[in-house]
Design a protein around this ligand. Structure first.
Ligand code: NAD
Length: 471
């Protein structure tokens, strides 16, 4: 069994099955790696490490650039695979491939711009020489909701910095990760430098990898709950950790908002991947003066989104990733309704096959509702009417999470002022999308540690060293 670079032979071998969320049918089988096999992948990354770290930055840059071009050229194939194993609508899958490819391009550009610093010590006695060197072998753990982009958002900066890696994709979506590994190999990433470990037992496998003496860092994207477990494990070996965790994004519509623009942004922020994004707008705080107009407009737009298999080009909202996700959304909606919320559209899971839930708008959602406290991860928009900016900001910040917030106001200075008061790593001002490879992506509070994308994303994979010298 090969655990590194994919190949069709691997996909056909014995292992665990991957299901199409739209039909429940099996779309592929991948190896079910044991902890022992994962450690072999780490050993391969260790062996490949010194040569890759010593390669000229320009060489690493050109390999990543080739990977970018290969991924763009294979957009249709990769997007179809993402839809098959994740379920997302074809347009979302193509957008994800473009986004994933941009990390390869961005870090091909950043690979040749790793900064250093030389300065005179304040006392004048010596020089301070600061360098950022590759941290070494890194463990990467990714979620199922963006199977391509969450992988390249880690692999591209790690490789650019001169690190080698073991990637453990989510068990729901391992096929895309294997395809990416093939593509990186074709682009010139040396054997062993990127090992993909597919497993149905993430706990013991990741635990073993994190205890391998050569692993120096963990970069994890997933739920806050699992992130906390892994931070504790990482403490055993004092590993550097970059954590992209869950969100609970508030979407603020102030009294002077352009309501049409807010509606357009709301649908983007809510419905990307059918609501299964860490950046998904989770709670809508709408000023009383525009609440009626906003609510009517959102119901109209959400009701018009067609639910169906992602492979159908007319589909706007694909299935949720599995039945358990549908049950969670059902629980959150039932709780809100029991507390007095009204379902204005949707509010149900259509009969099978597949794990679908209809785009839903809830009004009159009371503050205690679970849907306002938990990440919905589905196409449900709960609306809470607020009186004024102070109430909106207080409600928005009343959460342990702090990944992204959205704010709409026609007065840009006011929107920026409110934006500064929102406890979030990212604030979208009068737009429904923040993700950009050139921007530092990440959260505050329990939404994470560290940043991905931008120049910060590369520095995560380095350690800062300092040499004191006099001449
Ligand atoms: P998850 O935490 O269940 O799983 C994420 C990864 O961790 C998967 O690869 C899984 O196999 C692995 N895992 C699960 N249990 C583990 C354990 N005990 N030990 C080691 N690894 C384990 O999350 P998910 O359901 O795949 O993804 C959804 C979550 O990811 C949401 O909370 C979402 O907000 C978050 N997310 C965050 C970002 C971000 O950038 N902040 C981006 C995408 C998704």
């Amino acid at each position: 069994m090969t655990l590194t670079a994919a190949g069709s032979a691997v996909r056909g071998g014995a292992g665990f099955a991957v299901h199409d969320p739209a039909t429940g049918e099996v779309v592929g089988t991948v190896p079910d790696a044991t902890a022992q096999q994962a450690l072999a992948a780490v050993d391969a990354a260790v062996a490949a490490g010194p040569a890759w770290a010593a390669a000229a930055p320009r060489h690493r840059s050109e390999v990543l650039r080739r990977a970018f071009e290969l991924l763009v050229a294979r957009t249709d194939e990769v997007a179809a695979l993402i839809t098959a194993e994740n379920g997302k609508a074809a347009a979302d899958a193509r957008a994800e491939v473009a986004y994933a490819a941009e990390f390869l391009r961005w870090y091909s550009e950043e690979a040749v711009r790793v900064p250093g610093r030389l300065s005179r010590a304040p006392g004048g006695g010596n020089e301070v020489l600061v360098r950022h060197r590759p941290i070494g072998v890194v463990a990467l753990v990714t979620p199922w909701n963006f199977p391509a982009a969450m992988a390249t958002r880690k692999l591209a900066p790690a490789l650019a910095a001169g690190c080698t890696a073991v990637l453990k994709p989510a068990e729901q979506t391992p096929l895309t990760a294997l395809l990416l590994a093939d593509l990186l190999t074709e682009a010139g990433v040396p054997a062993g430098a990127v090992g993909v470990v597919t497993t149905s037992s993430p706990g013991p496998v990741v635990d073993a990898v994190l205890h391998h003496p050569a692993v120096r860092m963990l970069s994890f994207t997933g739920s806050t709950e699992v992130g906390k477990v892994l931070l504790r494990t990482a403490a055993d070996r004092v590993l550097k950790c970059a954590m992209e965790l869950g969100g609970n994004a508030p979407f603020l519509v102030l009294d002077d908002a352009d309501v049409d623009a807010a509606l357009e942004g709301a649908v983007v922020a809510k419905m990307r991947n059918g609501g299964q994004a860490c950046t998904a707008a989770n709670r809508f705080y709408v000023d009383r003066r525009v609440a009626g107009e906003f609510t009517r407009g959102l119901v109209e737009r959400m009701a018009a989104v067609r639910t169906g298999p992602g492979s159908d080009p007319a589909t706007g909202c694909g299935p949720l990733v599995d039945r358990a996700s549908v049950r969670k959304v059902e629980r959150l909606v039932a709780d809100a309704v029991a507390r007095g919320a009204r379902v204005l559209t949707g509010g149900e899971a259509p009969a099978g096959p597949g794990s679908f839930y209809l785009p839903t708008v809830l009004a009159d959602v009371p503050p205690g509702a679970a849907v306002l406290r938990e990440e919905v991860f589905g196409p449900v928009a709960p609306i809470v009417v607020v009186d004024g900016e102070e109430e909106a900001v207080a409600a928005a910040n009343d959460t342990a999470h702090g990944l992204v917030s959205y704010v709409y106001s026609k007065d840009l200075a006011r929107a920026l002022r409110v934006g500064e008061r929102l406890e979030a790593g990212m604030v979208a001002v009068n737009r429904g999308l923040v993700s950009d490879p050139a921007a530092p992506f990440g959260g505050v509070k329990e939404s994470g540690l560290g940043r991905e994308g931008s120049s910060e994303g590369l520095l995560e994979y380095t350690e800062t060293t300092y040499l004191a010298t006099s001449w």
